[in-house]
Design a protein around this ligand. Structure first.
Ligand SMILES: [Cu+2]
Length: 96
């Protein structure tokens, strides 16, 4: 009886821990970057989003790899941030 209870508690904590796993990395496709200055603008826009810890923008690949805390921001907010800077972006892989 006690063993079963302990197992249930451990499972519950395990699930809670994964639900709070917060740092995520997504790749955004940013097709509208057409010159060497564009990635800088995109990078700055993404860095301004609260919760974003790292941004790598590749002009050649036309994509941005963003590491962020998903309790503070979302992929949608990242897409909105690049859009407001003048660049439409769509998530390529990673969580939605
Ligand atoms: Cu440009």
């Amino acid at each position: 009886m006690l063993k079963k209870f302990t197992l249930a508690v451990m499972l519950a904590f395990g699930l809670a821990a994964s639900a709070f796993a917060a740092v995520r990395t997504v790749t955004l496709s940013v097709p509208g970057m057409y010159c060497a200055v564009c990635p800088i603008t995109v990078k700055k826009a993404l860095q301004k989003v609260p919760g974003v810890s790292q941004v790598e923008v590749s002009f050649e690949k036309k994509e941005a790899v963003v590491t962020f805390d998903d309790t503070k921001t979302s992929v949608k907010a990242l897409e909105d941030a690049t859009f407001e800077a003048g660049y439409e972006s769509k998530v390529k892989d990673g969580p939605r």
